[in-house]
Design a protein around this ligand. Structure first.
Ligand code: PEP
Length: 259
């Protein structure tokens, strides 16, 4: 039985301490009371410490939205796993909005290094994978997503892989209001993600890793995703900035408990 995990990706929003803390104060008590799922909030770096402090007395965990694969050095503007350790428990890696921006820090090889570094610092990576619209329309989703999975976890032990969380986020569904159908998302997670994990690390690991769906998740569609057998939660962008995010998490937990 995999424990559901709901992660809020604030992206480049609520980055001032006053606005971030006001929002945290609104959601922290009702969100704390929803048991039966891990709850993670991933704010911008500028308010990571403040949000972590605001959530410290609660079971809600904090995550970063990215990190560098080196521990320290001449990397102006970058944040390392060593800096995040002790401040937060999770880190989103390889989000498609970052991969799309390109550059040497978001290649498959760089993301593989980030996953290793994060684990070495006891951070739980939320590794994002997903195809773009052209790939989906060309029927290339399986090859692309399984390739991203193989690359991200190459060189890790089965135990290390089992500690990771994966977010399947079709790029065409992120921020567009056009979510994947739950059946399609479940199929990619089962046949492209878990099957690749099984091939590389064994069936036990493939069944142990928690896989989220992400892409236009809302309070109205979350239950349908959570009812799917291979979907263990969601990475939520836009809908995580609204006070009814608490209802979204509540519905997710209820739906997960029903299968
Ligand atoms: C995301 O930020 O990863 C995401 C899925 O965004 P949205 O929920 O807004 O589509």
């Amino acid at each position: 039985m995999r424990r559901p995990i709901l992660a809020a990706n604030w992206k480049m929003n609520l980055g001032r301490a006053d606005e971030a803390l006001e929002f945290v104060r609104r959601i922290r008590f009702p969100l704390s009371e929803i048991e039966g799922a891990d709850r993670v909030v991933c704010p911008p770096f500028t308010v990571l410490a403040a949000v972590a402090e605001g959530l410290a007395p609660t079971p809600i965990a904090v995550g970063a939205q990215n990190m560098h694969f080196e521990d320290k050095g001449a990397h102006t503007g970058e944040i390392s796993a060593a800096m995040l350790a002790g401040l937060c428990r999770y880190v989103i890696l390889g989000h498609s909005e970052r991969r799309a921006a390109g550059g040497a820090l978001e290649t498959d090889a760089a993301i593989q290094r980030k996953v290793k570094t994060a684990l070495a610092r006891d951070l739980t990576p939320i590794v994002c994978v997903g195809e773009n619209l052209a790939q989906m329309e060309a029927g290339e989703t399986h090859a692309w997503v399984s390739g991203q999975i193989t690359s991200a976890f190459e060189g890790l032990s089965a135990v290390q892989v089992a500690r990771c969380v994966i977010a399947y986020e079709p790029i065409w569904a992120i921020g567009t209001g056009r979510a994947a159908t739950p059946v399609d998302a479940n199929r990619v997670i089962a046949l492209s993600i878990r099957a690749s994990l099984a091939e590389g690390f064994g069936e036990e690991v493939a069944q142990a890793v928690r896989v989220q769906y992400g892409g236009s998740v809302t309070v109205d569609n979350i239950a349908d995703f959570m009812a799917m057998p291979d979907i263990d939660g969601a990475l939520v962008g836009g809908a995580s900035l609204k006070p009814d995010y608490v209802d979204l998490v509540r519905r997710a937990v209820e739906a997960a408990g029903s299968h």
